[in-house]
Ligand binder design. Structure first.
Ligand code: ZN
Ligand code: MN
Length: 476
């Protein structure tokens, strides 16, 4: 490959603590504008910030989950810059002594596992929000000012948009697992900035880094990276270079657009924030947090394979979210047939959810109901195909499988006498198929089974129909 793409990410994640990072205002999303505010988060003169211990705890949790080194001594710094939504004229953040250093996330590629290194994870406050009206006014909402954030910075270790997407998915699912953030991109609780450039591996020439901002979904992020990758390659192949700048993704035009040119690295004039004492983190506290950390996605995946003897691929899909994995395990508690449970969830349940754009928590039925459905199929009370139709009804109405089966009269016909009657009738009406079968055309059997199923509206026990038909066709 002549061109190599280089991608690094900076991800801001809003933590779901009860209160904000430096005051006791609620940390709830939304709310009537400027109601989640107080002198501290409004940056009024004389107001004193107090660090929320839960923010440190959530930051440490994240650091442990991502294999980072947790600092025993850290501090808060002021990052000076002007922005209307930044009331104090500086953001309280962390400069050269971040809460967590290093670390890594492993992603699974087709040819093996790739390690993406992290540079750091630090804690900081979110800014307020500017609202630009159609009349041309700019209004400010400070409900978000002081919402706790962690900023996760990677090394430039990703080489394709797909690797970046896999990284983001792993990051998101891990943060959800350890319950530090709800990671809702559409509400801005997970925001991702991308640094991307391209290198000519023969000459060593590189394009200038483009920073991509304001990406509100992983899909938009991937599209923006693909667009930039192409743009950089083209310029490089023409002997030109990119402008060092920040661009945003335009969802409608399907392209990136210049936001602003970047001059030299901005000088934020970091200074230690004198409103805070140095932060000392005892090793015992870190150990305690580590001990209470919930099971992480890759540990859960390994355990599911071991405990339930399901294929690695299934375990990977089922552990993509903690809720999905929980749903699986609870269903197995009722059903005991882990492989069937996995098949039903991976097949019809996930397909219906995807088609409807819903998540597992939106299901109208619970693990017990899915287990009951599987039981009905396993016991031969309904066929597999009828089972799929029952699931569709459960999905739409939330009724129990028993109710649906009863209401629609779907119980499988496994009564030999009743089946024989139907089979005789079908044979009588399809004499040619009997001749065909006897002259060696096996397909005729399938056709006859189909006719019996049709006559019983899918309720005949297919195994019995198969067996009984064969016996009849083979008797002279
Ligand atoms: Zn406040
Ligand atoms: Mn930041």
């Amino acid at each position: 490959m002549k061109y190599k793409t280089i991608i690094g990410l900076e991800i801001h994640v809003e933590l779901m603590t009860n209160t904000k990072i430096f005051c006791s205002c609620t940390n709830e999303f939304g709310g009537e504008i400027n109601t989640h505010t107080c002198p501290v988060c409004l940056g009024l003169p004389g107001a004193m910030p107090v660090l929320n211990k839960a923010v440190l705890e959530y930051g440490i949790k994240s650091g442990i989950a991502f294999n980072s080194k947790i600092a025993n001594n850290t501090k808060m710094d002021r990052k000076n810059y002007f922005y209307p939504d930044l009331v104090k004229g500086y953001q309280i953040s962390q400069d050269e002594e971040p809460l967590c250093s290093g670390g890594y996330i492993e992603i699974e590629l087709e040819d093996g596992v790739k390690t993406i290194r992290l540079n750091r994870i630090h804690i900081e406050e979110d800014t307020g929000k500017s609202i630009h009206t159609e009349e041309g006014d700019s209004l400010l909402d400070y409900n978000r000012a002081g919402v706790p954030l962690i900023e996760i910075v990677t090394e430039p270790d990703m080489n394709t948009p797909e690797e970046a997407r896999l990284f983001l998915e792993k990051l998101k699912s891990t943060l959800e697992y350890i319950e530090v953030s709800d990671c809702k991109m559409e509400e801005g609780s997970l925001r991702c900035d991308i640094n991307i450039n391209v290198m000519d591996t023969e000459t060593g020439e590189r394009t200038n880094i483009t920073e991509l901002k304001n990406l509100n979904s992983f899909r938009a992020a991937v599209k923006a990276m693909e667009y930039e990758e192409e743009r950089h390659r083209k310029l490089l192949s023409q002997g030109e270079n990119t402008v060092k700048e920040t661009r945003r993704w335009d969802e409608i035009e399907n392209k990136t657009i210049t936001m602003r040119e970047k001059g030299e690295a901005a000088d934020f004039r970091y200074v230690v924030d004198g409103d805070f004492l140095p932060i000392i983190i005892e090793e015992e506290w870190i150990e305690e947090i580590k001990k209470n950390l919930p099971e992480l996605p890759h540990d859960k995946k390994a355990r599911l394979i071991r405990e339930y003897n399901i294929p690695e691929y299934d375990a990977g899909v089922l552990t993509q979210s903690r809720e999905l994995a929980d749903f699986f395990e609870k269903t197995v508690e009722f059903s005991k047939d882990a492989n069937q449970v996995s098949n039903w969830i991976m097949g019809d349940v996930l397909r219906r959810l995807n088609d409807a754009g819903l998540e597992i928590k939106d299901l109208k039925f619970g693990p017990k109901e899915l287990a009951d459905l599987i039981e009905l199929v396993n016991e031969g009370k309904i066929s597999n195909n009828i089972g799929k139709k029952v699931l569709r009804d459960m999905f739409e109405t939330g009724k129990t499988p028993e109710t649906i089966v009863k209401e629609k009269g779907l119980i499988q016909i496994s009564d030999a006498g009743e089946l024989e009657e139907v089979i005789n009738k079908v044979l009588l009406e399809n004499q040619q198929s009997i001749v065909d079968y006897r002259s060696g055309k096996d397909r005729a059997l399938g056709f006859l089974v189909g006719q019996v199923m049709k006559a019983t509206r899918g309720k005949a026990n297919p195994q019995m129909v198969n067996k009984m038909l064969k016996e009849k066709l083979e008797e002279e």
